[in-house]
Design a protein. Structure first.
Lengths: 140, 322, 490
């Protein structure tokens, strides 16, 4: 039943989004042919699609969630990525990138520290040079 | 070999050595433009940035932060440290018009250090090149006669064109509510639509209208400026065309975060004043269809407030004041 | 027909060592910039514009144009190799290009991208050379109702790309449309879906969404396996076999036609054009089920269409002074600073300049082909780089790319969010292509619809009163019906 449950959930999400859209359309102070047109129309469409999910009799496909190990890996990567982005404005580009790269290299390839450190320096310093210094992007 | 040469070439171009400057600026300066590259505000910023870079030997870079009608970028610039290395290019849109229309702007009109006015972008009233209307009076008469088929195009509900066209229509006694207002997302689409005959009248800025006017796809009926524009000697001023009360104009100026030190402001003011008298700079500006008009910080601030006073009643009349 | 002598003069000037050098530098820089996700032609030109300030006008423009073409090409390289479109127009290339890479056919994919780009770009330039002024005039006649017709036409592509479940495809599209509405309404300035924050005031940026949905999602998906890699298949030959190339000739011609004609219209988003071209190719094929699973025509079509569009974009730029895309707007201001007055007078008043630039665009196209075909081998081998190194690089580039759009971390956050959303969508079987297409089309749909209605005092009759608009809408509806029926059959 996994697949069916997932579909119902998706239907609920669509219904919520549709409701939000309609609420926004009603809230706006403009013509119906102005800023309200699209949110209104889209709200109706989203609700219709949500209903479609509810009454759909197509065989539900079970989502291919990864096994526990895979889930952990994905979650870890996500946490690491979010951490990188959060730290970036605080610690600066070079430092944050270096830490991030090192962590990923270690997590993904294991092996010796020397190789990982060398790669880290190459990648982090290289990116800093190209993007921040050479191209002049206003990275922290 | 070629690659080495290329790299050397680029590194030398990119890494301009800082000349020995005893005072400001000691590092690259950023002028933040809260609009997309290539637009009116962006062009004005790049003009000045290039001039200042050459003058002071320090890179002055234009950084674009578009979004939210200029609010995003403006907020960032005003929140920067007031050490003179982050400045704001202020167009009329965010410095006065916004306050006439919106009641909840995330920054205050006086929450900055005005430096000076740089450029003007006069409004030009235009019709399609083969339109039967040859003067502004023709347009007014036609609009009054048959407002339901009169279509005018503007860029944005609260942009320069919205004000300029409304000012004209209301002033001429046209029943505006019965006309067709077509709103475009920018100056270029609006003028293009005019050239294609999808709308009948427009009132955009010179920099937006110039290419199609010069290309004879669109005819200029009048320009809102004290004198005729050098690039358009045959186009009468609004006063000459019989509408002396039209005074909407687009402009760009420079400002900094609040509490910017006086010596830094003075240095920029001196630069802007010098540029406004430099023939080479004036020529460059003319090429990108900008009129150079300099005002010092106090005159500039005064100007902004007068502009605001001008737009508030107009915005109320247009029904866009929130 | 004094075009030819002018063009000849132009070539003479373009082929001087100095100008050739700058065309080369521009092509290389542009390709590099295009390869980086998020750094598309617009930011590339904006960033590199100051570099050209030191040069005299002609070489500067030559370099800028070369950067533009190069960036368009660079975007497809990463689209094929690691499923990261370098910019909007390369999104479609990922559909089949990345699949080809996963089958060990990165070489042929890259090669056909280069070849198709060259052919279509050059043919497009021929159109520019001989037909610019009259074409520009025709382009002017396309107004809001006609653009609406084009959008209806593009909508049929959504149906076509929905995969096995139409319901899921439409849902993805609806989601994309909703994302497009967030922020300030560009016409009336009204705040929509911002819920009082200033963060969302600028809207959800398209590039950030793409980076999230393609790059980040892909990394999240790959990391599940304990030995992730882009392609587990052995690397095959670098050039596609002649039989496939021959099939692609018709593809390239069709793509050139579609890309060029639609590229003339300033209001038609280039991203949408590549989708349309892909769809037309799919419909013209005797075996459409191959599309989406590594069909070589699925790479040839959008790549060709992109370059034809790029060439066509110069028609309104030179002939009318109207930039069709933000990148061209920056290019335009660069041109003006160098004394070029775009507009119909351009060809009369400054023929030397214009023809040198146009000639060097031909040269640039050739240069890109010569540069990139040998590099195909090198690029293709990148697929074999250990994933432990690729993953951090992809993620860093994603962050930088998302940041670079508006120099804001909000966009980076958005990219991350869509990375997760994309992951969930893939797992639940929702196709991402319709979301992207809807994201591209919705602004165009909204402005065309609202403007059309306001031209006629709110009456929907405006669509019926204009023949071209009516035709386009009818064709669009017919294509949609065709797609729906085709689904029934399979």
């Amino acid at each position: 039943m996994e697949g069916r449950r997932a579909e119902l959930l998706a239907g609920v999400v669509l219904a919520v989004l549709g409701a939000l859209s309609l609420v926004e359309a009603l809230r706006l102070r403009d013509d119906w042919q102005g800023a309200r047109l699209m949110p209104g129309a889209l709200g109706v469409v989203l609700v219709a699609l949500a209903l479609g999910h509810l009454i759909s009799r197509a065989p539900a496909v079970a989502p291919a969630w990864p096994a526990a190990v895979g889930r952990a890996r994905v979650a870890a990567l996500l946490v690491g990525l979010v951490g990188y982005v959060v730290v970036l404005p605080l610690a600066g580009f070079l430092a944050s990138t270096a830490v991030f790269v090192l962590a990923l290299l270690r997590a993904l390839r294991g092996g010796g520290w020397t190789r990982s450190l060398a790669l880290t320096v190459l990648i982090a310093a290289g990116c800093d040079l190209v993007f921040r210094r050479w191209l002049g992007m206003p990275l922290p | 070999m070629l690659r080495i040469a290329v790299v050397v070439l680029l590194l030398t171009l990119a890494g301009t050595p800082a000349a020995a400057q005893p005072a400001y600026p000691t590092r690259p300066v950023e002028i933040i433009v809260a609009f997309a590259p290539g637009g009116g505000a962006d062009v004005a910023a790049r003009l000045v940035a290039a001039y200042a870079s050459k003058k002071w030997g320090q890179p002055v870079n234009v950084v674009n932060m578009p979004g939210a009608s200029g609010i995003t970028g403006t907020l960032r610039a005003l929140g920067a440290r007031p050490d003179g290395h982050t400045l704001l290019l202020e167009p009329h849109a965010t410095a006065s018009m916004l306050f006439a229309v919106e009641s909840e702007v995330p920054f205050k009109m006086d929450g900055k250090t005005p430096i000076g006015l740089m450029t003007l972008d006069p409004v030009i009233y235009t019709v399609k090149d083969d339109s039967p209307w040859k003067t502004l009076a023709d347009v007014a008469a036609a609009a009054k006669r048959d407002p339901k088929s009169f279509r005018y195009g503007i860029a944005g509900v609260a942009g320069v064109a919205a004000f300029s066209v409304s000012q004209f229509l209301y002033g001429a006694g046209v029943p505006v509510a019965e006309t067709n207002r077509v709103v475009f997302t920018g100056g270029a689409p609006a003028i293009t639509a005019l050239a294609g005959g999808h709308v009948d009248f427009a009132g955009q800025q010179w920099s937006e209208s110039a290419p199609l006017i010069q290309g004879k796809k669109v005819r200029a009926l009048a320009v809102v400026h004290p004198t005729r524009l050098p690039g358009l000697p045959d186009v009468p001023t609004a006063k000459e065309a019989g509408f002396p009360d039209l005074d909407v104009v687009g402009w760009q100026g420079l400002a900094g975060p609040p509490k910017l030190p006086a010596p830094i402001v003075a240095k920029w003011v001196a630069l802007l004043e010098e540029a406004s008298k430099d023939p080479a700079f004036l020529e460059q500006a003319a090429r990108v269809n900008k009129v150079i008009a300099f005002k010092g910080p106090d005159a500039y601030w005064q100007f902004q407030q007068e502009e605001l006073k001008k737009y508030v009643p107009l915005a109320t009349k247009m029904g866009i004041r929130k | 027909m004094d075009t030819l002598p002018f063009l000849a003069h132009g070539f003479a000037a373009a082929l001087t060592p100095q100008n050739l050098l700058f065309a080369l530098i521009g092509s290389v820089l542009g390709t590099l910039v295009g390869v980086l996700p998020g750094l598309g032609p617009t930011s590339g030109i904006a960033i590199l514009l100051p570099l050209t300030a030191f040069l005299p006008p002609a070489p500067a423009i030559i370099m800028l144009a070369a950067i533009y073409y190069g960036a368009m090409y660079g975007g497809s390289t990463t689209a094929i190799l690691v499923n990261i479109p370098g910019e909007v127009a390369s999104v479609v290339t990922t559909l089949d290009g990345y699949q080809m890479a996963r089958q060990g056919r990165a070489g042929p994919a890259l090669a056909i991208a280069a070849i198709s780009s060259f052919v279509a770009g050059t043919l497009g330039l021929v159109g520019l050379t001989f037909f610019a002024p009259p074409l520009a005039d025709v382009a002017l006649r396309i107004g809001p109702p006609e653009y609406f017709g084009l959008v209806v036409l593009s909508f049929s592509v959504v149906v076509s790309l929905s995969g096995p479940s139409l319901l899921k495809g439409l849902s993805a599209a609806a989601l994309g449309a909703l994302v497009a509405l967030v922020g300030l309404d560009p016409m009336s300035g009204v705040r929509r879906f911002t819920y009082g924050t200033t963060t969302l005031l600028g809207g959800i940026d398209f590039i950030a969404v793409i980076i999230g949905l393609f790059a980040i999602t892909e990394v999240l998906l790959s990391v599940e396996a304990s030995t992730p890699a882009v392609s587990l298949a052995p690397l095959g030959k670098l050039m596609p076999p002649w039989s496939e190339l021959r099939r692609c000739i018709a593809t390239m011609l069709r793509a050139t036609g579609v890309g060029f004609v639609l590229g003339l219209l300033p209001g038609c988003t280039p991203g949408a054009i590549s989708f349309i071209s892909y769809d037309i190719e799919k419909r013209s094929s005797k075996t459409p089920e191959r599309f989406g699973h590594g069909a070589i025509e699925g790479v040839a079509a959008p790549e060709g269409a992109n370059n034809a569009t790029t060439s066509a974009g110069f028609v309104p730029l030179f002939a009318l002074g109207i930039p069709a895309t933000p990148a061209l707007a920056v290019l335009l201001s660069g041109l003006m600073i160098y004394g070029l007055q775009p507009g119909p007078l351009l060809f009369e008043k400054q023929p030397q300049f214009v023809w040198t630039v146009i000639a060097s665009m031909y040269v640039g196209n050739v240069m890109l082909l010569i540069l990139n075909l040998p590099l195909v081998g090198l690029w293709a081998r990148l697929v074999k780089v250990p994933y432990a190194v690729m993953a951090p690089l992809i993620l860093i580039f994603s962050v930088i790319g998302a940041f670079s759009v508006r120099n804001s971390f909000v966009d980076v956050g958005m990219a991350l969010a869509f990375g997760v959303i994309g992951y969930v969508m893939v797992k639940l079987g929702y196709p991402t292509a319709p979301l992207v297409l809807a994201l591209i089309l919705t602004p165009m749909l909204e402005s065309a619809l609202r403007q059309s209605l306001s031209m006629a005092h709110g009456s929907a009759l405006v669509f019926v009163q204009r023949p071209l608009a009516l035709v386009l809408i009818a064709v669009g509806l017919a294509l949609t019906a065709w797609s729906l029926l085709a689904r029934r059959r399979t």
